[in-house]
Design a protein around this ligand. Structure first.
Ligand code: PLP
Length: 416
């Protein structure tokens, strides 16, 4: 039986929710873990861990090909997870949901397959933004082996917001795709993707949205956005690593050739010729991450038991509180002050390298990310080698932010 997403919403209570995430009870360096690196990966609720354990303990079999009980059970669970994803992002059809390893693989798939579909000619252009993750820069550059694609970059202002006037001016007859990030992992900026899509579509240009950071925080409706492609990773939305989603409109997926060849994506094979399965299977060569797909379904069930705007509102409270507290620290500068922001705070402190901040506060069990966050061009834009970044999920608390602030004061004292 295929299960659908639950309708009755659970009341959000942070202390209650924290009990669902076993890792939050652990000690690090003798202190309670304060996990503030959710933009890198989020923690997993027990239900997701249970889904993985259940599959490997009792239900393990390969999917799609077996005519015996376990194989049919595994297939049903995997395909039911696909249906959950379809409902989660409101795709038109379940066949528009391609399971991949993550956002990175999804973008590589689109780049490679569009190129093979002859969507690009030498000298054509893809519009991206200055705040892209490397996952939305490098795949386009790799096409250089086959087609010489030029990247046109939407500039940003000092707050970390896209210059939309400049964006409109980037289009020309060589523009073949717009590929932009929904929420920046480095700055937290929420980009006006609906507007971006409208502008591009008015010029008949398709749009890919990198939703890796948006999906964990906001309800995404791909039909309402009218995105042609939307990609995300399971591990950032409380699911396991090694599973992610490429959403593509049917008209594009139908016209695109397979990305990889192998078992499970074919209809017939002879030594002379192969015919391919329908979408999405033609993009899913080989044995997939079955347990990961099933557990991603459990992660979606977990998130969907809540009223999502209520979660987003709580995360915004954390953002406002954290911004206020961190801004009060002398010598600390927040990088990324867009009006529309998700719960990500990147910062630098005069005279202290971000690596030192991260390493010292780790001794108190506080986990933040330091570095270029796989967004080197945005670091160059702000003339910085790196930032420290605290990113919050709905299981974080104001007390944890207070601990971060105490930790930063300790770092400053050491460097005084
Ligand atoms: N895009 C954005 C905005 C990200 O933040 C990330 C990961 O940090 C990615 C893409 C790549 O995700 P993954 O490494 O899960 O494929």
């Amino acid at each position: 039986m295929i299960t659908t997403i639950q309708e009755v919403k659970r009341k959000f209570d942070v202390e209650d929710v924290r009990k669902d995430f076993p890792i939050l009870t652990r000690l690090v360096n003798g202190k309670s873990l304060v996990y503030l690196d959710n933009a890198a990966t989020s923690q997993k609720p027990q239900t997701v861990i249970d889904a993985l354990t259940q599959y490997y303990t009792f239900d393990n079999a390969n999917i799609h090909r077996g005519l015996y009980f376990l194989s049919e059970l595994a297939t049903e669970q995997y395909e039911s997870a696909r249906l959950k994803v379809k409902e989660f992002i409101n795709a038109m059809s379940v066949s528009e949901i391609v399971f991949v390893r993550g956002a990175t693989e999804a973008i590589n798939l689109v780049a490679s397959s569009l190129c093979r579909a002859k969507h690009f000619k030498d000298g054509d252009e893809v519009i991206i933004s200055h705040m892209e993750h490397h996952a939305n820069i490098v795949p386009w550059q790799l096409l250089g082996d086959r087609k010489n694609i030029n990247l046109k970059v939407i500039p940003i202002n000092d707050a970390g917001e896209l210059d939309m006037d400049a964006f409109e001016k980037l289009f020309c007859e060589k523009t073949k795709l717009v590929s932009v990030v929904h929420i920046s992992n480095a700055l937290g900026t929420i980009n006006p993707v609906k507007k971006i899509i409208e502008i591009a579509h008015a010029k008949k240009i398709p749009v890919l949205i990198d939703g890796a950071q948006a999906i964990p925080h906001h309800k995404v409706d791909v039909q309402e956005l009218d995105a042609d492609f939307y990609v995300f990773s399971g591990h950032k939305v409380f699911g396991p690593t090694g599973i992610g989603v490429l959403y593509g409109k049917t008209e594009f997926l139908e016209m695109m050739p397979p990305y990889q060849g192998g078992g499970d994506m074919i209809r017939t094979v002879t030594f002379e010729k192969t015919t391919f399965d329908d979408i999405p299977r033609k993009f899913e060569a080989g044995t997939p991450n079955i347990a990961g797909g099933i557990a991603l379904g459990a992660a979606i069930d977990y998130v969907m038991q809540f009223d999502r705007p209520e979660l987003a509102e709580y995360e915004n409270e954390l953002l406002v509180y954290g911004t206020e507290k961190l801004s009060q620290i002398e010598g600390l500068r927040i990088i990324g002050t867009a009006k529309e922001k998700a719960s990500v705070i990147s910062f630098v402190i005069d005279g202290i390298h971000p690596y030192d901040i991260g390493t010292i506060i780790d001794t108190d069990g506080i986990a933040i990310r330091t570095g270029h966050h796989c967004t080197q061009p945005i670091m160059q834009r702000f003339n910085l080698p790196a930032t420290a970044r605290a990113s919050f999920a709905f299981y974080n608390t104001k007390e944890e932010i207070d601990n971060l602030v105490l930790g930063i004061h300790k770092v400053k004292k050491m460097f005084a």
